[in-house]
Write a protein that binds this ligand. Structure first.
Ligand code: ADP
Ligand code: MG
Length: 212
């Protein structure tokens, strides 16, 4: 039987120790299926229900290759709502090795943009945000995505339901072609197929049931 211990993955000792400290001993099914693919740098479409551990799956994959010394945005996570973006940022901060001083910034609408521009001037390794506000920052020039390695579309089905297809497309247009694109979704409607066919490179596809 294949082991589902995190230690079977090519992760740094610091990451494994941190996962252990968080009480994450075994991978959830979606983590066990998606992490080997993501850690190879491949594009991925992952479908799993709420509560199955998708955040830690893409979180571990995007944090592992970060360069702490480069303060440009290396990973961008797009989420449908501010509440979800806050939850994702919270989980990423738990997963980030504290010693590396990884800066994780949330950029969502509903609050004034000025303080966000100020925070961006100090640099951030990872940005978690909603498509509309990310688009605004790109238009103003307060955010640049030319150093981006990893793009995550979290709850992609919900973002499409909310009419974010064009915003997502415009944001992707400002990222390097050689990025890794990771798409997480609970369901797999037609819009997701269009999104992946247009913006992903030979995506691997995995699907898992809920943890609980
Ligand atoms: P999803 O995005 O799939 O809805 P979450 O990423 O919010 O699910 O994770 C659900 C819960 O599972 C969170 O409380 C998270 O801390 C926990 N969790 C994630 N991975 C593991 C793991 N390997 N072991 C134990 N708990 C985990
Ligand atoms: Mg989630």
């Amino acid at each position: 039987m294949p082991s589902s211990a995190f230690a079977t993955l090519p992760l740094s000792a610091a990451t494994l120790a941190n996962l252990d400290a968080l009480g994450y001993t075994e991978m959830t099914p979606i983590q066990a299926q998606s992490l080997p693919v993501m850690l190879k740098g491949l594009d991925l479409i992952a479908q799993a229900k709420t509560g199955s551990g998708k955040t830690a799956a893409f979180g571990i994959a995007l944090l592992e290759p970060l360069n702490p010394r480069y303060f440009g945005c290396q990973s961008l996570v797009l989420c449908p709502t501010r509440e979800l973006a806050d939850q994702v940022a919270k989980e990423l901060r738990r997963l980030a090795r504290s010693a590396d001083n990884i800066k994780i910034l949330t950029l969502c609408g509903g609050v004034s943009i000025g303080p966000q521009i100020g925070s961006l001037e100090h640099g951030a390794h990872v940005i978690v945000g909603t498509p509309g506000r990310i688009q605004e920052h790109l238009k103003k020039g307060s955010l640049k995505l030319d150093g981006l390695n990893t793009l995550v579309l979290d709850e992609a089905d919900r973002m499409l339901d909310m009419g974010f297809y064009d915003a997502i497309a415009e944001i992707i247009g400002q990222t390097p072609n050689k990025r890794q694109t990771l798409l997480f979704s609970a369901t797999y409607p037609a819009g997701i197929k269009q999104l992946s066919a247009t913006f992903m490179r030979d995506p691997q596809q995995v699907k898992a049931e809920a943890l609980h």
